[in-house]
Design a protein. Structure first.
Length: 405
């Protein structure tokens, strides 16, 4: 891969996640401002999870068989940009939720497409891909900073407005146009029969015969439920507490993610698989406990530290989990197994969490006042129960390559 290709792919990855960070973080606060209930905000975020479930069908049945990836991505981003811009003019609940479902159905397949485009240009993906993927995280961080320090200079309380969504719409169209200039990436499965079972990773179900792997899958699903509490309501929480520049402050989580991604090999050797996964789960407990006890006075440090824990919360469990799946699955079903665990976590688990979190918030909302402290203890206790179950039932793999010891 040449330096020019590296720059082009890195810019693509930067824009890809800039778009997602540009609307996903603050939309809950905007919806709360226009009168959405907690349950309705949760349902809105559920549209992202539904799209994550539907995305593999589109990729497997259409994009991978008939069209070049860069062209499909270009069309999806241009159409998606138009859809999300159109959504900024809608305030009626059902119509806005449905419109955002259409937008997410355009966006989520592009997450797989940027990876496909990248991998086909690489001679050594294991070494080269992380250097490109990190620009996605930088793009997410840049989106948060742009909301507060660029858009915020134009309009007060910008996170409660449609301006971040309009920014995402403009960048989406820009990336759509840019996609047509990317290296040609022809369909990978032209002429091949692809079954629904292949797309859903059904072949990976045979791994569930292993008790420890089955426990890992169950815990992955369960721990994804409290994860949705964070993504759906942290920005609204910070804005309710009048924390200035909330979107930028939340980007500390992505900065932490980059740091711990770099440190992961060091921790993996010293802790091993089970302890890494367990620490990741317990980090959710600590994070939500800090949110529950923190405030904007003497305990403000708890809010910042809770956000900074994102690197441990995400990297130690989800990235370590991907490594475990890669080691556990035979080569012929490795891709199927990764697809399966993605479906279980980002699709099913976070989908359940999106619905539950919104309803929980409504339970602790009285007269328009949200009882945030009580709200955050719910996912904290849930994460603790999952961690205890995992600690008791999960058996440390004996294979040194799997355990990290």
């Amino acid at each position: 891969m040449t330096n020019t290709t590296y720059v082009r792919l890195s810019f693509m990855m930067f824009l890809q996640f800039f778009i997602w960070g540009g609307w996903f973080v603050t939309v809950g606060s905007y919806l709360g401002k226009i009168g959405f209930s907690g349950a309705e905000i949760g349902t809105t975020y559920l549209m992202n999870n539904i799209a994550a479930i539907l995305s593999p069908f589109f990729i497997g049945m259409v994009a991978d068989r008939f069209f070049s990836s860069e062209k499909v991505m270009g069309v999806l981003h241009i159409v998606g940009g138009g859809v999300i811009y159109f959504a900024t003019g809608i305030t009626e609940t059902a119509s806005l939720i449905l419109t955002l479902l259409v937008y997410n159905a355009c966006y989520m397949p592009t997450l797989a497409l940027v990876n496909t485009i990248s991998f086909q240009q690489m001679e050594n993906p294991g070494e080269q891909f992380p250097k490109i993927r990190v620009w996605g995280t930088i793009g997410w961080i840049a989106a948060g900073l742009s909301i507060n320090f660029i858009l915020g200079s134009m309009l007060d309380n910008v996170e409660l407005t449609t301006l971040p969504l309009k920014m995402a719409a403009v960048i989406s169209v820009l990336l759509g146009l840019y996609s047509f200039t990317l290296p040609n990436t022809p369909p990978q499965n032209t002429g091949k029969d692809v079954s629904i079972g292949d797309i859903l990773g059904i072949k990976a179900l045979r791994l569930l015969k292993d008790t420890s792997f089955a426990i890992f899958v169950l815990c992955s699903l369960l721990i994804s439920i409290p994860l949705a509490f964070y993504y759906s309501f942290t920005n609204l929480f910070l804005n309710d507490l009048n924390v200035g520049n909330a979107a930028s402050i939340q980007s500390i989580g992505q900065m932490s993610e980059v740091l711990f991604m770099i440190l992961m090999p060091w921790f993996f050797v010293r802790l091993g698989l089970k302890k890494m996964l367990l620490v990741g789960m317990l980090a959710w407990l600590i994070r939500y406990g800090m949110f529950a006890m923190g405030n904007t006075d003497e305990m403000v440090w708890m809010l910042f530290l809770g956000i900074a824990l994102h690197g441990i919360c995400y990297d130690f469990f989800f990235v370590t989990g991907q490594i475990y799946v890669d080691k556990k699955a035979p080569k012929d079903i490795r891709a199927s197994a990764q697809g399966f665990i993605t479906l279980i976590t980002y699709g099913v688990g976070m989908g359940i969490g999106s619905v539950i979190s919104g309803n929980v918030l409504d339970m602790f909302t009285t007269g328009g006042q949200r009882e945030w402290s009580t709200f955050w203890w719910i996912p904290a206790i849930f994460a603790l129960l999952v961690a205890v179950m995992f600690f008791i039932t999960f058996k440390q793999p004996e294979d040194k390559a799997e355990s990290g010891n």
